[in-house]
Each structure stands twice: as structure tokens, then as C-alpha cells.
Design a protein. Structure first.
Length: 175
């Protein structure tokens, strides 16, 4: 937390120092990129998003079926609790508790699996986007390119936003 504050305080100071050093440099050129937007709007990103949604829907449907069966079991247990013998009620309640724990465990496993899948689907895309950004930066002589969604960029004029160019270059490379 303290390290984050230090980085947040250092980033603007570094930009000011770089800006003051600009007259000494031949040209000072800053660019910003919204990586999240580039990920969401690129062809590969859209494809990954669709694939992730398919996985999510499949898991959700599977878990919904189990949750519905568990809800029905709970309703049946509540309705029958008056007529059941104590040992039968305890057996059914124990079975309900076991299934509830199993469902909770499956939910946690599914959540972890979805996070892993999201990371797999987007990791390579983000790496490739970073390469495209570096290539554009070198080709067009940018001094620095910042990520627009980071907390150190509070404002960036549209004229220095290069997200559209990054998306176009990235999509062209992937064809």
C-alpha cells in the first residue's frame, strides 16, 4: 500500500522532470494506451471474450442445476421434518449439509478455474499488445507511453491517445 503511494507520487514527478528536460531533447513525445479497451475491442480480444463467456455459461448452467436440486432437497426436508423420525431427519439434514458443502466447493473451484481460463485467454493477447506498443513507440520515436487506466494518468488528451492505432496494428498483425 505504501509502495503504491510512493509509485503514485513518483510517477507525476518523473513526468515533470522529463517534461522539463524536453527542450534539451530533440523531441519529447508522450502517448497513452487504454490496454483494457484494446483488449476488449481487438479481434483476438473479442474472440477470447466469447470463448470465456461460453465457458462461464457452461459452468453456470451446470452449477444452477445442482443448486436447484439442493433447493428442492431443502424444501422437501422442511416439509417432511414434522413427519420424519428424528434419526431420519438427521440423516437427511446431514445429506443436505454434505451436498451444500460440495456445491460450495464446486463454486470455489469453478471460480478459480474461470480466473485461470481468463488469464490464459488474455495473457498472450496482452503480451502481444505490449509488443505492438513497443514497436509503435520505437518506430514513431515516442519518449514514453503510459497505460491510460493506471492511477498515475489522471488526464490524457485525445491527441496523445494511441489506443486506436494499437488496435489497428494488432489486428492487422493477427490476420
Amino acid at each position: 500500500m505504501i509502495r503504491g503511494r510512493i509509485h503514485a507520487a513518483i510517477a507525476p514527478v518523473a513526468l515533470i522532470v522529463l517534461a522539463l528536460a524536453a527542450p534539451a531533447a530533440a523531441e519529447f513525445k508522450i502517448g497513452i494506451v487504454d490496454l483494457q479497451r484494446a483488449l476488449n475491442e481487438s479481434t483476438a480480444g473479442k474472440k477470447a471474450k466469447e470463448q470465456f463467456k461460453g465457458e462461464f455459461d457452461k459452468m453456470q448452467n451446470s452449477l444452477k442445476g445442482e443448486k436447484d436440486r439442493l433447493d428442492k432437497m431443502k424444501d422437501d426436508l422442511e416439509k417432511q421434518s414434522v413427519v420424519l423420525k428424528p434419526d431420519e431427519r438427521k440423516t437427511k439434514a446431514d445429506e443436505f449439509d454434505r451436498r451444500q458443502r460440495d456445491l460450495r466447493r464446486k463454486l470455489e473451484d469453478s471460480d478459480a478455474e474461470l480466473r485461470k481460463k481468463d488469464s490464459e485467454l488474455t495473457g498472450d493477447i496482452l503480451k502481444d499488445l505490449a509488443e505492438v506498443i513497443q514497436e509503435i513507440g520505437q518506430r514513431e520515436n515516442y519518449t514514453v507511453i503510459l497505460e491510460n487506466s493506471s492511477s498515475s494518468v489522471l488526464y490524457g488528451a485525445k491527441s496523445i491517445d494511441m489506443t486506436d492505432e494499437v488496435i489497428r496494428t494488432f489486428d492487422a498483425r493477427k490476420k
